[in-house]
Design a protein. Structure first.
Length: 275
């Protein structure tokens, strides 16, 4: 069995790779991306932390990377190439710490399986906690959900509603950030929004059948002018805007069933009355 870890160490000793600076090594002398546990702890050193450390000391901004290469240089604990099913999601997990490594899903100039190192973020291998986003309290969460009508501001689906074209798939609404990377301090309501689990950033990468521009464009081209202008506005704002009627319905939808029945009856009587 090929021991990638041993090969990396041997290559370094034989000067087959550039000499790393002192801060590339953990306190025990191991390269950060080859660690198994956090220094002085029995907590496993996460894959996203290893990826960040490897990028910092081995890659240049603008480099095109492949998942096969990263799986080899950031091996499993036994030295074998890292074959974790969701290893590619580690780039998404780095976004809250201001790292930017887009894939072909983010930039169609990249081929499937390619990633580009665009921006170096926080040195989370020194401890993730100091760079972690402040948690969102329950009162703030309720305030955000109430403000946004318990609807995803990105796609417009409401809590518990079925996704269009996906019978039996009901939306779960959570709270996400407009801008990742907000660190310590009280959460900023202007940076929080209601999102469904499919649109929420950590979950979006799990969609196995993500569509491309070429898939979506024929449907957009078939829209009428007003719909195209609305869609363009949503794209410019980064969210779906809602009409006054939409907002009223959001308020009605969360009423208890008995009150919704009363409201429906009152509306029927209003519409059937003298014009």
């Amino acid at each position: 069995m090929i021991d990638i870890r041993a090969i990396c160490i041997l290559a370094h000793q034989n000067k087959e790779v550039p000499e790393y600076p002192p801060d590339a090594y953990a306190p025990d002398g191991t390269l950060w991306w080859l660690l198994t546990y956090w220094p002085g702890k029995r907590m496993r050193f996460g894959a996203e932390v290893k990826v960040a450390a490897w990028l910092r000391f081995n890659a240049q901004i603008g480099d095109i990377l492949t998942m096969a290469r990263l799986r080899a240089v950031i091996p499993e604990d036994d030295g074998r190439p890292n074959l974790q099913e969701h290893f590619n999601r580690r780039f998404r997990a780095l976004r809250p710490y201001k790292w930017s490594v887009p894939s072909h899903r983010d930039d169609n100039t990249l081929a499937p399986g390619q990633y580009r190192f665009d921006k170096e973020g926080h040195p989370i291998w020194l401890g993730k906690a100091q760079f972690r986003q402040a948690s969102i309290s329950a009162p703030v969460r309720r305030q955000v959900l109430a403000r946004d009508g318990n609807r995803c501001v990105i796609c417009g689906v409401g809590s518990g509603e079925e996704y269009p074209g996906k019978p039996g798939s009901h939306a779960v609404i959570t709270v996400g950030h407009f801008r990742a990377g907000i660190l310590t301090g009280p959460p900023d309501l202007d940076n929080l929004r209601a999102e469904c689990s499919l649109c929420n950033e950590p979950m979006r990468d799990e969609a196995s059948n993500a569509e491309t521009v070429e898939d979506v464009w024929p449907r957009i081209r078939a829209l009428g002018g007003p719909d195209k202008r609305n869609l363009l506005r949503w794209l410019e704002l980064g969210q779906r805007t809602r009409t006054r009627l939409d907002r009223i319905y959001d308020d009605i939808r969360v009423l208890p069933p008995g009150q919704r029945d009363q409201l429906r009856q009152r509306l029927e009587e209003n519409l059937s009355g003298p014009s």
